[in-house]
Write a protein that binds this ligand. Structure first.
Ligand SMILES: NC(=O)c1ccc[n+]([C@@H]2O[C@H](COP(=O)([O-])OP(=O)(O)OC[C@H]3O[C@@H](n4cnc5c(N)ncnc54)[C@H](OP(=O)(O)O)[C@@H]3O)[C@@H](O)[C@H]2O)c1
Length: 314
């Protein structure tokens, strides 16, 4: 009989410190809550101090002895990413982090929005911001087995295509099929390429990825176009799961003993929409090494964030 992996399988996280982006809502919040229950110390960034404090209060209501550090981070603003990373490094000097979970994201913004830094909002929130954050925090991650960088992608990555002449929807902008799908494919490519580079420099840190299937969170409610909203509302009762279940693949990628370098985890049900965590295939488009290298170089150029020795890996 197959045994399903649940939060009961999470090993003790006592003495471990994690950063979880987007931890005030949906999958990020449930991931944080589950890790807090197992004793992890958590850095909980949200877009505003009020949201971060509220998330911490909701966790403390269920885990009164949780060690929490509410923080502010806007992944769509480079200055905010640098300021957050600097505060983390200052407060927890040296190699002091066990986990970085790049979870935060937005979807299907109906019109192309450009941030103050000149980046398309979905691309920077879902991909460039997490890329920069990872580069800035990587030196703070302990060089030991058990350390991981988890990147949350989406089944939508299967629809994505990296278009170097349209990375930010500057030529054609389609909210879901192009912009969101491309950003989530970029996440998956990044996760794979990060693992390749970590291995090349002999680092024990693992890069893994996950997707939650279709989980009911604030993601759908906020930004979807009318047609997509109707489609999702119709599918919801049959094909969706709650955010607690949706967080399991992320938790598996972060702490399961059986998760492997470059592993990608999602729900085990039909079309990976719901269920318990299992290894899922990495879409073919995420396995093209030349695209991965080019995307990495372009991302370093756009963010001006370098990854130390990893940047020099051929
Ligand atoms: N739910 C699903 O079915 C599904 C499916 C596939 C993939 N995913 C992925 O799962 C991840 C979590 O999404 P979710 O479903 O839990 O959605 P959610 O409830 O909307 O949570 C998204 C989180 O990201 C944060 N965020 C958005 N923009 C940000 C920014 N500029 N800087 C920092 N944080 C920002 C949000 O903060 P605010 O509260 O301030 O908006 C929120 O905390 C995302 O990467 C999403 O693409 C979800």
């Amino acid at each position: 009989m197959k045994l399903s992996w649940t939060t009961a399988n999470i090993p003790s996280q006592v003495g471990r410190r994690a950063v979880i982006t987007g931890s005030n809502s949906g999958i990020g919040f449930e991931t944080a809550l589950a890790l807090a229950r197992k004793g992890a110390e958590l850095i909980l960034p949200a877009r505003t101090r009020a949201k971060a404090d509220d998330a911490a209060a909701r966790i403390l209501a269920q885990v009164p002895n949780a060690q929490l550090h509410p923080e502010i981070l806007d992944l769509a603003a480079q200055a905010s990413v640098h300021a957050f990373a600097n505060r983390v490094i200052e407060r927890f000097p040296g190699q002091s982090l066990d986990l970085l979970i790049n979870n935060a994201g937005v979807t299907s913004l109906p019109t192309r929005e450009v941030t103050g830094d000149g980046f398309e909002r979905q691309f920077v929130t879902n991909y460039l911001g997490p890329f920069a954050l990872t580069g800035l925090l990587l030196p703070s991650i302990k060089q030991v087995a058990g350390s991981r960088v988890v990147t949350v992608s989406s089944s939508a990555s299967k629809l994505g295509k990296i278009e170097f002449d349209n990375l930010q929807g500057e030529r054609v902008y389609k909210p879901m099929i192009q912009a969101y799908a491309q950003s989530k494919l970029a996440d998956l490519i990044f996760s794979q390429e990060l693992q390749r580079r970590l291995k090349a420099v002999g680092s024990p840190i693992l890069s893994t990825a996950a997707h939650p299937g279709y989980a009911v969170t604030n993601l759908q409610a906020d930004h979807m176009g009318r047609c997509l909203k109707i489609l999702m509302a119709t599918m919801k009762p049959f094909l969706s799961q709650d955010a607690t279940q949706g967080a399991l693949p992320t938790l598996y990628a972060a702490v399961a003993e059986n998760a492997v370098a470059g592993g990608y985890y999602g729900p085990d049900g039909i079309s990976e929409l719901k269920g318990y965590p299992t290894a899922v295939p990495v879409p073919k488009r995420a396995l093209d090494g030349s695209v991965a290298k080019r995307l990495w170089v372009e991302s370093e150029r756009l963010t001006r964030v370098k990854f130390g020795a990893l940047s020099d890996v051929a």
